[in-house]
Design a protein around this ligand. Structure first.
Ligand SMILES: Cc1cc2nc3c(=O)[nH]c(=O)nc-3n(C[C@H](O)[C@H](O)[C@H](O)COP(=O)(O)OP(=O)(O)OC[C@H]3O[C@@H](n4cnc5c(N)ncnc54)[C@H](O)[C@@H]3O)c2cc1C
Length: 446
C-alpha cells in the first residue's frame, strides 16, 4: 500500500488486524499515508472470527449482529442478507418475558419500577445503585444484577455505574422503532450504536458467510501491508512520543503507532511511566458452548437472558432465529455464554462436561433438546468484555483522555477498554485516525 509519503518518512505502525486495525489502515491509505499492520496470529480478523462445521453450521465467537449502515461503510452490503426479526427475552419463573417491556407484565416488577420512578433519587455510586434506582429493586435484584454478576465476575456493588450507561433513546423512541420494525418487516437496530443515530432506516443485516466477511473485505485494498504471524514485541518511544515498534527483534521506525491490543498489553510493551497504571485493567473471558439441534425456532426469541441459579450461563442465543442460513435447513444452533476468568474451572472445563451442563439446563426451555441433539462446539475468548471494577475507576476514566504518549493511539473495543460494538469502534477509530493524520500533516507544514 503506498501513496504520497506520510508526514514523517516512516509508515504508521498498526498493531492488530481485527476490525479496528484494518479500518485504521484503510482510512490512512485513503488519506494518502503509508501504514503497516502487524498481526501476531497467522490469520486476520481478531474477535470477528467465523468457524465452519463440515455439516454446514457457521459459528461466530459469540453471537454477532451488524447494521446495514455499517455493512455499507465497509463495502459488504451486497454480501449481506436482511435480518427480518430480532428479539430478546428474559427467562424467569419458568416463563419467557419479552425484553424490555414484557417484564412489566409481572405486577411486582411493574410496582417496583413505578416506585423507583417516583422515589426521590439517591446518590448512585455503584452499578447495583444504578440498576435499583433505574428499574426498581425487584427487577434489579432478581434479573439485572444476577446477570451482571455472572457476566462480569464481580458483585454489582464493586462495579462502576458506567456499566449501565444508557444507550440512545428512551421508552417512546424504543416503542417507535419496534413499530417501524413491524411495519417494514426488518429488524430495526435498537440500542446498538452510540456514535451514529438510530432510526427506522438502520436495521440488522448479516453476512451470508459469517462475520469474518468484514475483515476479509477491509483487507482487500491493503495487500502486503498486512503482515500476519508478526507480533509486535515492543513499542518504541522517545521524549514521550511513539517512534517505532520492534517486530521479530528488529526495530522498525514509525511515524505513529496505532494499537488495538487490550490496553494492559500495550502498556506492557513500553517503559513509559504514564501507561503503566493501565496494566491493572482486567477483562472478562467467555466460554461459548454451541449446541447443534434438529428443529428451528426452538427458543422464545433470538437472545434469552437467564438470571436463574438453575442456569450455569447468563445468556442463551438462537442466532438462527434471526439468520437461518447459519445452520442447514431443519436444524439450529443454540449458544450458551459462560462468564469465566482465564485458567479458572469454567475456562479449563472439559468440552463434554460443558455440553452436558447446557443440555441439562436447556431442557427447562427446550424439552426436546436431548432428543434433537446433533453435536456441540465450544469456543473461548480470553478478552471478551472489559470489567468496570470500581477499584480502578480513576485509571479507566484516565484512558478516556488518551494514552498520554504523543502519536500513540489505543483504539477498538479492548484498546479503549469500552463496552462498544464494531460499528462504534469503527466510527471512533476513523475519528481518531483522521485527527492523527491532520496532526502529522500539520507537523510537516511547520
Ligand atoms: C460475545 C461477544 C459478542 C459480540 N457481539 C457483537 C455484535 O453483535 N456486534 C458487534 O458489532 N460487535 C460485537 N462484539 C464486539 C466485536 O467482536 C469487537 O468489537 C471487535 O471484533 C473487536 O475488534 P478490534 O479490532 O478492536 O480488536 P480485536 O479483534 O481483538 O483485534 C486485535 C488483534 O490484535 C492481535 N494481536 C494481539 N497481540 C498482538 C501483538 N503483540 N502484535 C500484533 N498483533 C497482536 C490479535 O491477534 C487480534 O487479531 C462482540 C464481542 C463479544 C466478545
Amino acid at each position: 500500500m503506498s501513496a504520497r509519503p506520510a508526514a514523517d518518512e516512516a509508515p504508521i505502525a498498526i498493531i492488530g488486524s481485527g476490525v479496528s486495525g484494518l479500518a485504521a489502515a484503510r482510512e490512512l491509505m485513503h488519506l494518502g499515508f503509508d501504514a503497516t499492520v502487524y498481526e501476531s496470529s497467522n490469520q486476520i480478523g481478531g474477535m470477528a472470527d467465523t468457524q465452519r462445521d463440515p455439516d454446514g453450521f457457521i459459528f461466530d465467537t459469540g453471537a454477532h449482529f451488524i447494521t446495514n449502515r455499517f455493512a455499507t461503510a465497509i463495502g459488504i452490503a451486497p454480501l449481506c442478507r436482511t435480518v427480518h426479526r430480532y428479539g430478546e427475552t428474559v427467562w424467569s419463573d419458568g416463563r419467557a418475558y419479552d425484553y424490555p417491556f414484557g417484564l412489566m407484565r409481572n405486577p411486582r416488577y411493574l410496582r417496583g419500577a413505578i416506585n423507583a420512578r417516583i422515589r426521590s433519587k439517591r446518590s448512585v455510586e455503584t452499578a447495583a445503585d444504578q440498576f435499583r434506582s433505574e428499574y426498581g429493586s425487584e427487577i434489579a435484584d432478581e434479573v439485572a444484577l444476577p446477570l451482571l454478576e455472572q457476566w462480569s465476575g464481580l458483585p454489582a456493588d464493586r462495579l462502576s455505574p458506567a456499566v449501565a450507561d444508557k444507550l440512545p433513546g428512551g421508552i417512546l423512541a424504543t416503542l417507535a422503532l419496534k413499530l417501524s420494525a413491524r411495519a417494514t418487516n426488518r429488524a430495526v437496530a435498537i440500542g446498538y450504536c452510540r456514535e451514529a443515530p438510530q432510526s427506522a432506516n438502520v436495521w440488522h443485516v448479516y453476512p451470508e458467510n459469517g462475520i469474518a466477511t468484514i475483515c476479509a473485505a477491509l483487507t482487500t485494498e491493503l495487500g502486503d501491508a498486512v503482515q500476519t504471524g508478526n507480533p509486535v514485541e515492543r513499542v518504541l518511544t522517545t521524549d514521550g512520543r511513539a517512534v517505532g515498534v520492534v517486530v521479530n527483534g528488529r526495530e522498525i521506525p514509525a511515524a505513529a503507532v496505532i494499537s488495538t491490543l487490550p490496553v494492559p498489553h500495550l502498556a506492557a510493551l513500553t517503559d513509559e511511566e504514564s501507561l503503566q497504571p493501565f496494566r491493572e485493567l482486567r477483562y472478562r473471558a467467555m466460554v461459548f458452548v454451541n449446541i447443534m439441534l434438529r428443529g428451528c425456532d426452538v427458543m422464545p426469541d433470538t437472545l434469552t437472558w437467564t438470571p436463574g441459579v438453575e442456569f450455569p450461563c447468563f445468556r442463551i442465543s438462537e442466532t438462527t432465529r434471526s439468520m437461518p442460513w447459519l445452520a442447514p435447513t431443519g436444524s439450529t444452533i443454540i449458544t450458551a455464554d459462560f462468564g469465566a476468568t482465564v485458567g479458572d474451572s469454567t475456562w479449563t472445563e472439559d468440552d463434554q462436561v460443558l455440553e452436558e451442563m447446557v443440555l441439562k439446563a436447556l431442557c427447562a426451555i427446550v424439552p426436546s433438546a436431548r432428543r434433537d441433539f446433533l453435536g456441540s462446539r465450544v469456543l473461548r475468548s480470553a478478552f471478551a468484555y472489559p470489567i468496570f471494577d470500581l477499584a480502578y475507576e480513576e485509571t479507566r476514566l484516565a484512558l478516556g483522555r488518551g494514552t498520554g504518549i504523543e502519536r500513540l493511539l489505543s483504539v477498538g473495543r479492548n484498546g479503549e477498554f469500552a463496552h462498544i460494538l464494531m460499528e462504534d469502534s469503527y466510527w471512533r477509530t476513523l475519528r481518531q485516525v483522521r485527527a492523527l493524520a491532520a496532526q502529522l500533516n500539520e507537523s510537516v507544514q511547520n
